[in-house]
Structure formats: C-alpha cells, structure tokens
Design a protein around this ligand. Structure first.
Ligand SMILES: [Zn+2]
Length: 335
C-alpha cells in the first residue's frame, strides 16, 4: 500500500482502528510514516522472509509476546492459502519452544484476532509465566510498553533463523528393492541405456537455469501400473520407447520435513527401444534436449546427493547382468 505525503499528513495521529475503518492498513501506514503508530520496528522484527514477519508486539500483554504476520494482505486465516497457514503453524510451534527457552515462561498461548478490512493476517503468541494463573485471562492481561532487550532479541533472532533454515528441506534416503506396501508412490523414474551403455538424460531450463533430470513422472489414476506410468512419461517427455523387461532398481524415501508421512519415488531401469524426434511435452509444452552420456557423468549431471550414485550404480549392475552390456562407451551425444 503506497501513501502520498498528503494522505500521511491527513491520517497522522489516528488510531489503528480509525485507520482500519477508513480502509487503510495500519501496518502499511505505520511503515509509510516512519513508525508513527508503533514506533521504530528495527528493535522488534526478529525474523523476516518472503511470506512472513515475526515481531515483538509494541504493546505486549507479557514479556515475549510476539506476532507472526503475513506480508500480503489477508482479512484473516480463512483468506490465507493453506500452504501459508501450514507454514505459520510450523513457525508458531517452533516459536512456542523458543519463547519458553529465551523468556523462561511456563506456557505460551496462541490466538488470532484479525478483524476489519485491510489486515495482514497474524497470529499472536502470549507467554504465561509461573507466577500467573492459568486460563483465558491471559488473553486480556493489561498491555504495557515493549522494552527492547538486546540479549533476548538476539537469541530469538538466532534461534528462529536456525529453525527457518531447516524447515521444509526435503531429505532423500536410498533403499534397494520394493517400497513398503502401505507407502505412497509419488514418482516413477528410470535409468535407461542405449546399446553402447549410455544413459539418457533429459535436459531443460527451470527458473532460467539449465538442469538435468531423468525422464519419468507421477503415477496417474489411469495408469495400469508403474511400468505404464514410465512408458507414458518417456513418450511424453523425450518421445522414447522402452524395451521389455523393465526392472526395479530401488526407491528413495522423501521426507519433506513438514511432519507428513514419508513417500516413495521408484527408480527402474530398461533398455531404450526407439528415440523419436523431439516433441513438446503435452504436460507443459517444454521441449527437452536428450543427452546420451556415461553413467559416471550422469551421476554428476543429476547431482542427487546421496541417492544418485546408488541408483545409477544399481542400474549399471542390472545392465551388465540382465541387458548384457559389457562396455559403457564414453561418447556424449545429443539426440
Ligand atoms: Zn498493509
């Protein structure tokens, strides 16, 4: 929300509620008017990323009273996308522990009260100390002025940054053989060889950067089985057909770091039957390059740390034993 100097002059001295009723976001107004409403923010905001801010509130009901605020305007929780709501809850959970640790309170209460238009949806975390009675009165403890404590502020900042760095970073673990029956399979890829023992790599551009991948994709309800998924994806993405049989190499489990159950990404291997002309992927319209390269270079190109080498080496073993490949020719070729 942008404000002209005239608007700022007109609304200076109004309360947050009055601004809200006039259809003006008080948070944005506070920023546009150098903290006229809530004072200087630099000693309150201890975390910020592209979606949210974590701040000490200006008029806390207890020491360590903070708010997690969306950067975009959302009237309240109901207007905020689920993904962002989940993220806010993840932060709330972590911050409850961090507040306890830094401020030494006994419990942390949570509430959200976004009323009126033009809101940055936010949730509040209010500490309850051992000398205070339990219960809902903690939500209406008298407000006081925020007092900056550099030591505590820095601890909050450091702990929150550490938490944010480690959240939602998926981790992958390689497993030989079949995934457990009750584990969801969300992806089927394959390491496929030509007669010279070269691996087919799919290359494209994502976010302006070139990247290498295997062909393959997500099982759809209309796929008969995982081999059906694989054949369909190989046709769609790299216009390539595969010979029978297709062998399982193993799978990797994915932990998205969000508390949800692990799921499996299946890795198979096969011999290439025919590579047709380059065609746009019907899914996204992208046209991929197809590179034939050695298994060693494929490991480097994919750069799947911790699972790429196990997958490719497992496929090479099958290629030797089942496909009768004795030589893996070192001659890169775009086809
Ligand atoms: Zn705003």
């Amino acid at each position: 929300m942008k404000f002209t100097q005239e608007q700022i002059k007109k609304y200076l001295g109004k309360t947050a509620g009055e601004l809200n009723d006039a259809g003006i976001c008080h948070t944005c107004f506070n920023r546009a008017s150098n903290g006229s409403l809530y004072g200087d923010e630099s000693q309150k905001k201890f975390f910020e990323d592209k979606d949210i801010e974590c701040v000490f509130v200006s008029n806390p009901r207890a020491d360590g009273h903070i708010a997690i605020i969306t950067k975009e305007h959302f009237d309240d929780m109901t207007k905020c996308p689920n993904k962002l709501n989940h993220k806010i809850m993840d932060f709330a959970k972590a911050l409850m522990s961090i507040i306890k640790e830094v401020f030494g309170c006994e419990k942390v209460y949570l509430c959200t009260m976004c009323d009126g238009p033009q809101n940055h949806y936010h949730i509040q975390l209010i500490p309850r100390y051992s000398f205070e009675q339990r219960g809902s009165k903690n939500f209406v403890k008298p407000r006081k002025d925020y007092v900056f404590d550099e030591n505590k502020f820095n601890k909050m900042k450091e702990r929150t940054q550490t938490f944010a760095k480690n959240i939602n970073i998926p981790t992958f673990v390689w497993h030989d053989g079949e995934p457990p029956k009750d584990m969801q399979v969300k992806q089927v890829y394959a390491v496929v060889f030509d007669k010279k023992g070269r691996v087919l790599i799919r290359q494209g551009v994502e976010h302006g950067k070139p990247y290498s991948n295997l062909a393959g994709g997500t099982p759809e309800s209309f796929d008969k089985d995982r081999i059906d998924t694989l054949r369909r994806e190989y046709l769609e993405e790299v216009n390539t057909t595969l010979k029978d049989p297709i062998y399982l190499v193993g799978y990797q489990t994915v932990n998205e770091g969000n508390g949800k159950p692990l799921y499996a990404q299946i890795r198979m291997t096969a011999m290439i039957d025919k590579i047709g002309s380059k065609q746009p992927d019907p899914d996204c319209g992208d046209i991929y390059d197809r590179l034939l390269t050695t298994p060693e270079k494929a490991i480097k190109l994919l750069n799947w740390k911790g699972t790429g080498d196990k997958m490719i080496n497992g496929a090479v073993k099958i290629a030797k034993e089942k496909f009768g490949i004795t030589e893996f020719v070192d001659k890169d070729e775009y086809v």
